[in-house]
Design a protein around this ligand. Structure first.
Ligand SMILES: [Zn+2]
Ligand SMILES: [Zn+2]
Length: 243
């Protein structure tokens, strides 16, 4: 314990944050009221913008009575299925921002637990968990990859291996939300590189936000070139259908 603490004391802010998490009763991550172990109070939990069950099984946009949506019927993406927990709307957008730019570990724990609840069934039949890779420059800036923070508890609870090294993002693409839709759909071509054989494998890709799906589609294309037979996306939030 002492050794662990002295190692962790090199990161005094993180040490303080994790000690506070243990010692203090937790406040709701959204409204600040007293919260249970989950990190959100009952009222905020009940109001989270969960995705409808009737979503398209392929892309998670609103579907036709549980079947694939019109867009997926016209042109199937490279991935086979998408599970999304929430709409990218308040307070999920705020929580994801806190995770990404302020590295709030309590937010990571909350979202990862929610993802585990959904992902454990999705993980059935998967062989490998792949967090969406971050370009090295972005990783250096941020110091961590939020998709890894989300995927690690799922890997632990399912016992599935997590691939961290052999799928790389070659270009630092601008955040999808800052681009016009046409640019977004074009931008990620050839952006991933994988030097691992994936013959016959079902890969579960974990990401925080799915916007147009173009980046996930390009990643799935890359994985399938390496022999993957099935790619399932598991994302915390999905933006509503583009107008
Ligand atoms: Zn609350
Ligand atoms: Zn669809």
């Amino acid at each position: 314990m002492i050794e662990t603490l002295s190692n962790r004391a090199r990161e005094p802010h993180r040490l303080l944050a994790s000690l506070l998490d243990i010692l203090m009763p937790q406040d709701c991550l959204v409204c600040g009221e007293a919260a249970g172990e989950s990190g959100l109070c009952a009222a905020c939990l009940a109001e989270l913008p969960r995705r409808p069950r009737s979503a398209c099984p392929v892309c998670a946009l609103p579907g036709l009575g549980g079947g694939p949506c019109g867009q997926c019927l016209r042109e199937l993406p490279a991935y086979d299925a998408t599970l999304a927990l929430f709409d990218y709307a308040f307070p999920i957008d705020v929580l994801i921002h806190a995770l990404k730019y302020r590295h709030q570990l309590s937010v990571a724990a909350f979202l990862a637990a929610e993802l585990c609840a959904l992902g454990e069934s999705a993980a059935l039949g998967a062989d490998l968990i792949l967090p969406m890779p971050l370009h090295v420059r972005r990783l250096a800036e941020r110091g961590f990859n939020q998709a890894v923070e989300l995927a690690r508890p799922l890997a632990r609870s399912t016992g599935l291996p997590m691939e961290l090294a052999r799928v790389r993002k070659l270009r630092d693409t601008p955040p999808q939300a800052s681009l016009a839709r046409d640019e977004r759909l074009r931008s990620p071509r050839g952006v991933f590189c994988c030097d691992r054989a994936l013959d016959g494998l079902h890969v579960l890709v974990v990401d925080d936000v799915m916007t147009t799906g173009a980046t996930l589609n390009e990643l799935a294309r890359c994985l399938k070139r390496q022999g993957a037979v099935r790619v399932t996306n598991l994302v915390v939030a999905r933006t509503p259908a583009p107008a």
